[in-house]
Design a protein around this ligand. Sequence first.
Ligand SMILES: NC(=O)c1ccc[n+]([C@@H]2O[C@H](COP(=O)([O-])OP(=O)(O)OC[C@H]3O[C@@H](n4cnc5c(N)ncnc54)[C@H](OP(=O)(O)O)[C@@H]3O)[C@@H](O)[C@H]2O)c1
Length: 290
Amino acid sequence: MQTIDQAGSFPLGDRTVNRMGYGAMQLAGPHVFGPPRDRDGAIAVLRAAVAAGVTHLDTSDFYGPHLVNELIREALSPYPDDLVLVTKVGAVRGADASWNPAASPDALRRAVEDNLRNLGLDRLEVVNFRAMPGGGAGGPAEGSIAEPFAALAAMREEGLIRHLGVSNVTAAQVAEARGIAPVTCVQNQYNIAHRGDDALIDALAADGIAYVPFFPLGGFSPLQSADLAEVAGRLGATPMQVALAWLLRRSPNILLIPGTSSRAHLQENLGAASLALPEEEAAVLDSMGA
Ligand SMILES: NC(=O)c1ccc[n+]([C@@H]2O[C@H](COP(=O)([O-])OP(=O)(O)OC[C@H]3O[C@@H](n4cnc5c(N)ncnc54)[C@H](OP(=O)(O)O)[C@@H]3O)[C@@H](O)[C@H]2O)c1
């Protein structure tokens, strides 16, 4: 049976997770809205991930909405002791599948309560505050996140949340959050072709904070690159495996959460845990995003 042990592990809060995790967003229907096309298949993907040794699972109640958390509960509850479920709050979905900011203290409390109920938990292990600058799907932009992060910190004090993280944020916002409460992880867009966070990753590594790249395979339009394909060909691997192996090699604090609704893709992605990248191939890949 395939093992992901070679990916290594890293602390996430007061737990240690395998660096090869799984992101559940792709389990919802088209546009991350509505039920999956293949419900049994989605449950099978979740169970296969955990059976293979995944201990870090990324989700949100705004996937579906609600439906992905309900699937996770059905597939995996009672949860294994070593499984860390990480969720995120800060947005709500419109009836038209839009993503809308929802960062008032009341909205954040409702989101935490929704996650608790739909995952079937008394306490959430890790909650990321997902910033929605400009009111939508844009990337990080400066601006204070003190009010929403303090609201989550208060819920942590109350015992509803064990650890906090931030998502879609700048380095200054990470620093601001750390001044309010400990930050366990940062979840931003990053992959072999999109490397705006290089300095942030290194700074977080020095402080022992996990960096969790979203869209590690390029997101809704998966990565396509001749360099990636050529390296993969030489190594007898697939381009997606090479992209993930490059991330594992990039920094020890990078935790992977590739998303897929397919068991075959899941197995392929988990295979990246044991893909060693020789120096000369790594050098080709390093120059890709430069
Ligand atoms: N914090 C945030 O704002 C944020 C934003 C986006 C995502 N996330 C989290 O990050 C996780 C990862 O991001 P993501 O799922 O959007 O993007 P991703 O992991 O970069 O890529 C997922 C896409 O790649 C395809 N794929 C996966 N494995 C493949 C393979 N081996 N070969 C070919 N295609 C493959 C998937 O389609 P198939 O289903 O067909 O495999 C899907 O279209 C999400 O699941 C979610 O938990 C967080």
